[in-house]
Write a protein that binds this ligand. Sequence first.
Ligand SMILES: [Fe+2]
Length: 198
Amino acid sequence: MSFTLPELPYSYDALAPYMSRETLEYHHDKHHLAYVNNGNNLLKGTEWEGQSLEEIVKGSFGKNAGLFNNAGQHFNHLHFWNWMKPNGGGAIPGELEKKIVEDLGSVDKMKEDFIQAGVTQFGSGWNWLAVKDGKIVVMKTANGESPLVHGATPILGCDVWEHSYYIDYRNRRPDYLKAFVENLVNWDYVAELYSKAV
Ligand SMILES: [Fe+2]
């Protein structure tokens, strides 16, 4: 397969004021596009050509850094656009909420730990909710890595590369993470991924 840049699932203005049109134009049209183009070039002639994106990400990890970085970021961003929606945040679908309380203590504790993982990710990377060994866990990873290459299935991720927040929040990464959790997360999509992961 080759990688293609998807359309955003909402308009460029739809996430304002929490994520601006300018951020989405740079982040989607330039950064994500670069991962798609570089990934396609680096995939050519490798043993992973013709495989699924997830197989490429897992297979190239630790073996082909250039391909992995771009394929990993393509995978992460494909989901990232869907992990947000206008008027996001709010209620978590019942079954997922129950499992979050069971595994992470409470919804508030989950939000606190998720934000803290993003705040403490040194440099570029992502913070996550993932399913590992049947449990929901909070994780953080560097650069283009994700729970996929650490034995877990991602169900929610927040991009803490500066390109995701610097236009709107400058250096205030904690404020960006709080806005992501409270006002942007599409919990229906998280619940959908959770139901496929268990
Ligand atoms: Fe990004």
